[in-house]
Design a protein around this ligand. Sequence first.
Ligand code: HEC
Length: 394
Amino acid sequence: MESNGKKIPAVAQVTKSGHVFVFNRLTGDPLFPIEEKAYPSSPLEGEKAYATQPLPVKPAPFSRQQLTENDLYAPYRPAIVDDFIDKEQNLDPPPVLEKLQRVTSKGQFVPIDTVGTILYPGADGGAEWGGAALDPRTATMYVNANEMAWIMRMKRINNNASDKSPGGEALTQIHCARCHGGALQGLAGAPELQTVKEKFSLNTIATIVTKGIGTMPGMPNLSDTEVDAIAHFISGKEAPESISSTTKTQVPYAVAGFGRFKDDRGFPVMKPPWGTLNAINLNSGEYLWTVPLGHEEKLNDPAIPVSGTENYGGPVITAGGVLFIAATNDAKIRAFRLSTGELLWEDQLPAGGYATPATYQINNRQFLVVACGGGKMGTPSGDEYRAYALPPDF
Ligand code: HEC
């Protein structure tokens, strides 16, 4: 890239928080100033959050940074937070606005509390694993981004020594609750464990914890006594003294769960766009364009012709001036004009293309291929690669 008329070998990094950091690749010097911004300390006892965070003054973030009441799309619809907070307490979901007022929404880098804290953009970005594409001819970076609010909540662990399985409950909160829910009531993707004692013996539960089952990863790093303590707690059985004397934990908190902040139709609670594609000139740090990426067909709102959707997977660009990207949860692949962001073409894939397409050439013909694995965000799974031949003179 260029700075003050001089060519500089640069490296850029996009983040889940929606920022772009640009450095001189030889010296590590930032090419746009980075400021240390102050953030609040953690409300959790014993937890020390770092006092500042380094943030670039330019380019501006490519995802919104704080969820406010004005930013809500459907404030009065029931709020569904991947079910975890209200389901754990057996409460009916409050309207979106009321939910937002109850939790902490002070922007990024605010330590998670026991009430519930908004992560925005969410746990997955901002930018995500697909990363960005760069056109070295114009020093322009192309990055797709999510605009999705999540809520995360911490929970005080019961360290009560008079429990049947001292340590067992705490260890279960630490190692299981983030997937199975704070009250083991089950969350999207992981079943409830409240009645699992009727289904599995203590030993079977212990084996599941160590080795995993189906899509649940095993936890080989837990000691035998820790696994036994967890299995006893889940089975509702008193743990022998040999276990309970060693597994008492002093860890005061665990994650009670986290999930996407949606309304009862499954739509993100903030105003669209819910996903974007951005072109940023890295010489100036300015945006050339931003367009919504993807469309939620079920959204019947004439005011919002293109909603953007949550997206996973990156862009690929061609020398011919075109950007190809799938990634959206409407399972489409699209082509955009690099210079303007104009949508040139789109096609329906057999399943979500949550991957970065690749382009290649055989006998002077250019091709494009994308893996269509689907399966994320509750969309159908697939197992196909879809390849396209580009026009002969492309
Ligand atoms: C990363 C998320 C995750 C974590 C952490 C996790 N689980 Fe699971 N667990 C799952 C998923 C997903 C399944 C369903 C697997 C399947 O059927 O494909 C599952 C299934 C189970 C089952 C079988 C339930 C049934 O009804 O068939 C048991 C028992 C279980 N988990 C126990 C635990 C315990 C105990 C812990 C903590 C030590 C734990 N899990 C941690 C995700 C997780």
